[in-house]
Design a protein around this ligand. Structure first.
Ligand SMILES: CC(C)(COP(=O)(O)OP(=O)(O)OC[C@H]1O[C@@H](n2cnc3c(N)ncnc32)[C@H](O)[C@@H]1OP(=O)(O)O)[C@@H](O)C(=O)NCCC(=O)NCCS
Length: 395
């Protein structure tokens, strides 16, 4: 096979596989799930309907959606042994680490773990979508000395998450807004965590192994961890008078402004536009508009600074405005990235199934890129091994 030289580019602009699940036009700020614009889904769909769409290639009929919703509702319970182990884990553990560690626990509790048929994988996807919110909320309650709160079938997926987190039914408008946030974050082509999932299952590992890798990739501050870092930045800037000076100093120090810039979008991320309006509306409704106002001031200062530096394509991404939205919904800062996973699990599972069954295009089973060796080299016969006591620094 001919070698293609694209190394050290982070695979930017390099298509590595076909997909039928989602599409981005980074120049025009377009995001599409299986043919439908994100604006259309955010305005009209629900998270569970969108999850079905991602998993099944088309929007469901009413009967299909009812049956999918019932299966999710019936799969929400978390096995007791997971709650028991949470009670023994250090209370200061990071929620993303707890989530990543819980995914193999969900695997060993899955009676159909070895069923690698398409239907078996779809059922695993349903269990994962159903249980991840309960894992995130149970950990939060147990670390704070409370008991996990049971799920409620009368609420939407997002409403149930808020109820299990806070121990009381949420405001319906806030629950609908969170459901929209889940739709917005559900898939995003070959981002780092999705690629991690696909790479792992390309070895024929099971779905949970792929999802555990995805959670790990999502935890990083350049990916899903950015929303929590944005909120920390806003809290730090609450009393700052000179926002422009702060932004300039951060960039001069070689630090990034969190929630700004994107590997694919070179214009406004369409999800950020929806979240910006939601942040304004929620701020007015809940009497906390200061977070939206502050976000706008940081955005303007950052855009001016980027423009001054000739970097006009760095714009807010979805994490910039989801931070204030989640904060106003009462989501603790360190649960903002796990909440991203509550949504992205739908996309991860869809991509895992597409990868496992070659749905978009048949390809070699295993991802296996090349690397170029630039380390020590003593020729093809290799360096001479000497016992430790005979070694010198020059060897
Ligand atoms: C997401 C991200 C990694 C994508 O970046 P990318 O396309 O790979 O671009 P690079 O990181 O190579 O950045 C290109 C240039 O823009 C600068 N840049 C990009 N995003 C920046 C930001 N948020 N703040 C300051 N500078 C930024 C880089 O420093 C780099 O400058 P240089 O060419 O002088 O070295 C990057 O924009 C980033 O780190 N953003 C902040 C983290 C974040 O919000 N992540 C969530 C993504 S949804």
């Amino acid at each position: 096979m001919e070698t293609v030289h694209i190394k050290n580019t982070g695979l930017r602009g390099v298509p590595v596989a076909d997909t039928k699940i989602s599409f981005i036009d980074g120049e025009q700020g377009v995001l599409i799930y299986r043919g439908y614009r994100i604006e259309e889904l955010a305005g009209k769909s629900t998270f569970l309907e969108t999850a079905w769409l991602l998993l099944n290639d088309e929007l469901p009929y009413a009967g299909q959606l009812n049956s999918f919703t019932r299966q999710i509702e019936e799969s929400r319970e978390i096995p007791d042994f997971i709650h028991d182990s949470f009670r023994r884990w250090p209370k200061g553990s990071f929620p993303m680490d707890v989530l990543q560690a819980s995914v193999p626990l969900l695997a060993i509790a899955d009676p159909e773990l070895q069923d690698e048929t398409r239907d078996g994988n779809l059922r695993k996807a349903i269990r994962l979508i159903a249980k991840i919110p309960g894992v995130v909320t149970a950990w939060h309650r147990i670390r704070n000395g409370m008991e996990p709160f049971p799920p409620d079938k009368s609420l939407s997926h997002a409403g149930n998450f808020l109820r299990q987190l806070h121990g009381k039914s949420p405001d319906p408008g806030v629950a609908r807004d969170l459901d929209i946030c889940l739709i917005l974050h559900a898939d995003h082509t070959f981002n780092a965590s999705t690629f991690a999932c696909r790479e792992v299952v390309s070895t024929r590992a099971h779905m949970y192994a792929g999802v555990a890798a995805g959670v790990g990739a999502l935890s990083g501050s350049l990916h899903g961890g950015a929303n929590a870092r944005v909120m920390k930045m806003l809290m730090e800037l609450e009393t700052e008078k000179d926002i422009a000076g702060w932004v300039r100093n951060e960039i001069n120090q070689g630090r990034k402004i969190m929630g700004m810039g994107h590997a694919v979008y070179k214009t406004m991320d369409p999800r950020a536009a929806i979240l910006r309006e939601m942040s304004r509306r929620l701020g007015e409704k809940l009497g906390e508009k200061k977070w939206y106002d502050l976000s706008i001031r940081v955005e303007q200062a950052a855009l001016e600074e980027f423009e001054r530096r000739g970097k006009k394509t760095i714009k807010p991404n979805c994490d910039f405005y989801s931070a204030s939205v989640y904060h106003m919904m009462g989501i603790p800062v360190d649960l903002m990235t796990p909440l991203f996973a509550v949504s992205r699990i739908a996309g991860w599972c869809a991509h895992i199934i597409e990868e496992k069954f070659g749905d978009a295009q048949a390809k070699p089973a295993l991802y296996r890129p090349e690397s170029e060796y630039v380390g020590h080299y003593c020729g093809k016969m290799g360096c001479t091994y000497r016992p430790a006591e005979e070694r010198t620094h020059t060897q």
